[in-house]
Design a protein around this ligand. Structure first.
Ligand code: SF4
Ligand SMILES: [Zn+2]
Ligand SMILES: [Zn+2]
Length: 317
């Protein structure tokens, strides 16, 4: 097939767009999709510094690369989760990319800086690992952004991720989650703005972007992902997409256009009932935020043992 833009031989076909692209035009396509998303959803104001949550995987590294190419002042944030070899390896990819671009990578290490790792902390707190992990990421990304003076945190959630989350939320009619499933969560009162600029790119596109630009990324899945419900939702959506290209984008982007507004007021009301956590000062609905409760459970010494020195969690700006 020939490239849709320049008629040169193509290297990738995108059935969803009913198009094929050569290498340079595919890279332009990816940047255009991200630029369009940022503009359409007013994600970044001129001059704002962006902190990109970088896992070492294809999505977050592609996002960082595209933001830098588009001229955004974007630094990376790597959060070490203490998940054995997987964390060691993913940290290496994040550092290698940062040094290859001369970009700044901020690092936070959960075991060293907070006192627990995801497998141990989740077990101690009797949570499933992905729940403890998601909670820790949300809290620590926000804290790093607020303390570092970044008004915006960008994450590498792509179209496949968002469509799978949407399917899960719709299957249960989780109206509170549906109201928050927006590509931009506003900032203010201890929160940095959270943005998802990759919602118009599928994971096949971000993988191809990395391959075609020579970005090395961690290919292995996190070992904790086994049994994760979202993998099943992704597989179901892939089967639908195979039979009917474009369905995934129509499902998710259609929700943003026609469904989200029905659920947003509930999420906005939840946000207004926040007050500072008594322990760390982060916004929370209770007295003590969920992350401080997780930290407390995960670092509690076994009965009879001498308590470990308590680490202070700094309040937001
Ligand atoms: S699979 Fe679960 S534990 Fe692993 S990085 Fe993702 S959310 Fe965290
Ligand atoms: Zn071309
Ligand atoms: Zn707290």
């Amino acid at each position: 097939m020939r490239c849709r833009r320049c008629r040169a031989p193509s290297v990738i076909e995108l059935r969803r767009h009913n198009a094929a692209f050569c290498r340079p035009c595919f890279l332009i396509h990816c940047r255009d999709q991200v630029a369009r998303t940022i503009e359409e959803h007013h994600m970044v104001e001129p001059g704002e510094r962006v902190l990109v949550a970088v896992s070492g995987g294809k999505d977050s590294l592609a996002l960082w690369d595209i933001l830098l190419d588009l001229g955004y002042p974007a630094d990376g944030l790597y959060l070490g989760l203490g998940i054995g070899d997987y964390s060691d390896e993913s940290g290496r990819y994040a550092r290698d990319y940062a040094s290859s671009r001369g970009a700044r990578l901020v690092e936070v290490d959960l075991p060293t800086d907070v006192g627990f790792d995801i497998p141990g902390g989740a077990a101690a707190a009797r949570r499933v690992p992905c729940s403890a992990c998601g909670l820790s990421k949300r809290h620590l990304f926000n804290r790093a952004a607020v303390e570092g003076g970044y008004p915006v945190v960008a994450t590498g959630h792509n179209l496949d991720d968002e469509a799978a989350v949407l399917l899960g939320n719709v299957l249960r009619w989780s109206t509170d989650y549906l109201g928050r499933q927006t590509p931009v969560l506003p900032g203010g009162d201890g929160f940095a703005r959270k943005i998802k600029p990759l919602i118009r790119l599928g994971e096949r596109e971000t993988a191809a972007y990395c391959v075609l630009t020579g970005i090395d990324y961690v290919v292995e899945e996190c070992p904790m992902a086994v049994g994760n419900k979202h993998l099943g939702y992704k597989a179901a959506l892939n089967a639908i997409e195979d039979a009917s290209p474009g369905s995934k984008a129509a499902f998710y982007l259609g929700f943003l256009q026609r469904g989200l507004a029905h659920f947003a007021p509930e999420a906005a009301a939840d946000r207004q009932s926040l007050s500072p956590c008594a322990s760390c000062g982060s916004p929370t609905t209770g007295d003590v935020c969920a992350f401080c409760r997780l930290t407390e459970a995960a670092t509690r010494p076994p009965q009879g043992a001498k308590p470990a020195p308590r680490r202070r969690t700094a309040p937001p700006r």
